[in-house]
Each structure stands twice: as C-alpha cells, then as structure tokens.
Design a protein around this ligand. Structure first.
Ligand code: DER
Length: 240
C-alpha cells in the first residue's frame, strides 16, 4: 500500500475541513486514523467538534485523543444535529488518477478491509459531505478488488450461492489471531467476493443489497463528495 506519510497527508488534509460546531463521521482504518489524530489536535487547540465513530477502533482512538463523541442514533435522529462531514478511507477508489476527470467514474469506492463498512456506510451516507482519504495505491480507473459483504452468520451459505449467481467468488474472511472467521462489531461474518473488474458497480450494489442475509456490502457508489489523495509532495483533492 501507499506510504504512511501519504496517508497522513490525506487524513490531515480532510481534518482541516472541519469547522466550529461540526459533527464529524470518524472513519475506520489507518488513513482515517490520521484524520482522527489531527482532529484531536485541533480539538485540543479549541475547535468545537463532536465525532460519530464508525467502529470500536475509531471510537477508542477518538476517546484517546479527547474528541467528544455523539451517539450515531442521536446524531442522525429527527431532533439530532445531523453529520456535517464524514472522513473515511477506502480500499479502492475509482478515479483516473492524476489529471483525469473523476466524474466518469463518480468516485465509486470499495470499502470494508476493516470489516467496519456497515456502520461506515450509515455514517458516510448520512453526512452532508463525505470526504474520502487515500494514498495513490488505492486509485484505479475501474474497481476490481474483492467486495467485502457482511452477512448474517445463518445466511452465509445462501449469500455465497447468490454471489456465485451474480458472477462472484465468495471467500469467508478468516481471522488472524483467533481460530475461525472474522466476526464484525455487529456479530456478523464477512465474505470477500471476487467479481473481477466491475463494469457496473451501481448494478452490483443493488443486487447485493437485495440479497437476503446481506447486512451491508463494501460498494459505496455515489456517496463520496471529495477524494483527498496524499502524494509524495502534497495532497490532491478531487471534487466528485
Ligand atoms: O474498512 C475500510 O473501509 C477502511 O476504510 C479501510 O479498508 C481502509 O483502510 P486503510 O486506510 O488502513 O488502508
């Protein structure tokens, strides 16, 4: 993957967009973590901001950095303040890279490397503006990485069959320092589904969302508003 310095530049660039009074969706992963750390520094310096974490991990980091938190349900409920901007990473971003028009690909993303994409999508979609933070290794003209799919444990066989029907190859995500499969913060399992190059991410997104047993999938189509890409000399910001 990209260097940590590039991830840091991207994360800090997005964190600079937070203004006084903002409610900020706090994404998951190492790139979003840089944004959370920078936001913590700005809160220490007097910024009035509240965070909505997207995972146990991002909640822990935000708490450690002294960022006041607001419950997701409270934030996006009818009497809530809403989410002004969400900052989150991605496993792959459909951009043409330096110098090309992003509008052709609409900034579609594959997320879910951290198995946090169910709550991430809720937060990222609810936000007025969703800022993606990435390094160049995440950019590709077309999405072609496996798509993580969070499934109800009881539905994993049915979902695997539906994924094959849709042309994908599902693999149950194994844990590292634990026997057996990864279990998400929501108590579900993850199928990593290889579909090859995605000709129509929106269509596949709809198919997966309509599959019984699917809790959430990692295709984020039409959600990103800005892509902050850390480079070795600075940050490139693409408006979607
Ligand atoms: O889980 C996710 O979607 C994360 O955003 C993640 O996959 C990106 O992780 P990274 O910033 O550590 O590469």
């Amino acid at each position: 993957g990209g260097s940590d310095a590039m991830k840091r530049r991207a994360g800090e660039s997005a964190a600079e967009r937070v203004t006084d009074g903002d409610v900020v969706g706090l994404g998951t992963g190492s790139t979003a973590a840089h944004a959370i750390r920078r936001l913590g520094d700005r809160v220490d310096a007097g910024l009035d901001a509240r965070g909505v974490p997207t995972s146990f991990a991002s909640r822990e980091l935000a708490t450690d950095r002294g960022i006041p938190l607001i419950d997701l349900d409270e934030a996006i409920g009818p009497d809530g303040p809403g989410i002004d901007l969400a900052i989150d990473g991605a496993d792959q971003v459909a951009t043409g890279g330096e110098g090309s028009e992003i509008s052709e690909t609409g900034g579609a993303l594959i997320k879910g490397g951290g198995a946090a994409h169910a709550r991430e999508k809720l937060v990222d979609a609810a936000a007025d503006r969703f800022l993606v933070v990435a390094d160049p290794s995440k950019e590709s003209p077309r999405l072609d990485r496996s798509v993580p799919v969070e499934v109800l444990p009881a539905g994993r066989t049915a979902v695997a069959a539906a994924v094959r029907e849709a042309g994908g190859e599902p693999t149950l995500r194994r844990a590292e320092r634990k026997d057996g499969p990864v279990v998400t913060d929501n108590g579900n399992l993850v199928l990593d589904c290889a579909f090859g190059e995605l000709a129509d991410p929106a269509a596949l997104s709809a198919t997966l969302s309509a599959t019984p047993g699917v809790v959430e999938h990692g295709l984020f189509v039409g959600l990103a508003d800005e892509i902050h890409v850390g480079t070795d000399s600075g940050v490139r910001v693409d408006e979607v």
